[in-house]
Design a protein around this ligand. Structure first.
Ligand SMILES: [Zn+2]
Length: 141
């Protein structure tokens, strides 16, 4: 028996469905070949892990307890938040919004030109100067 044939027959060997002749050949090869023997041991280990997993008995009570707790938490989901937090959060948002608007108005007023500057435009000031100068010129003459 070669390794390739042994690997092919390994599943059937583990399940015990090989003919007597083939079973003895595989068994003999597994004793001689370290590689196939290691592969066989790994497969046996995997089988035992899978069988252990199957042995875990589902806890029916656990499912009902989890479902009951889930229903309870969705029912009282918002009510669990303290009333202090329920009021504080919107109040904090409104306060920060008002502060932002106030700051915006304040900054806008800092850069706004004063009313006095607007009352007399630069052009009018120059016109007045011309008028004063012309009067001076006339008075000198
Ligand atoms: Zn082999």
């Amino acid at each position: 028996m070669n390794c390739q044939l042994c690997q092919k027959k390994l599943d059937a060997y583990r399940e015990g469905i090989l003919s007597d002749d083939m079973r003895t050949q595989v068994k003999a090869h597994l004793k001689l070949c370290a590689e196939c023997g290691e592969s066989y041991r790994i497969q046996l280990l995997a089988d035992s892990v899978v069988n252990d997993e199957k042995m875990i008995i589902p806890d029916n009570d656990l499912t009902s307890r989890i479902m009951a707790r889930l229903e309870n938490s969705t029912e009282t989901g918002y009510r669990n938040i303290s009333p202090f937090r329920k009021v504080l959060k919107p109040a904090l948002i409104i306060t920060s919004l008002a502060a932002a608007i106030f700051a915006g108005v304040l900054i806008g007023n800092i850069y706004k030109p004063s009313v006095r500057e607007l009352s007399q435009p630069l052009e009018l000031a120059l016109i007045d100067d011309v008028a004063i100068e012309s009067v001076d010129i006339l008075s000198n003459q």
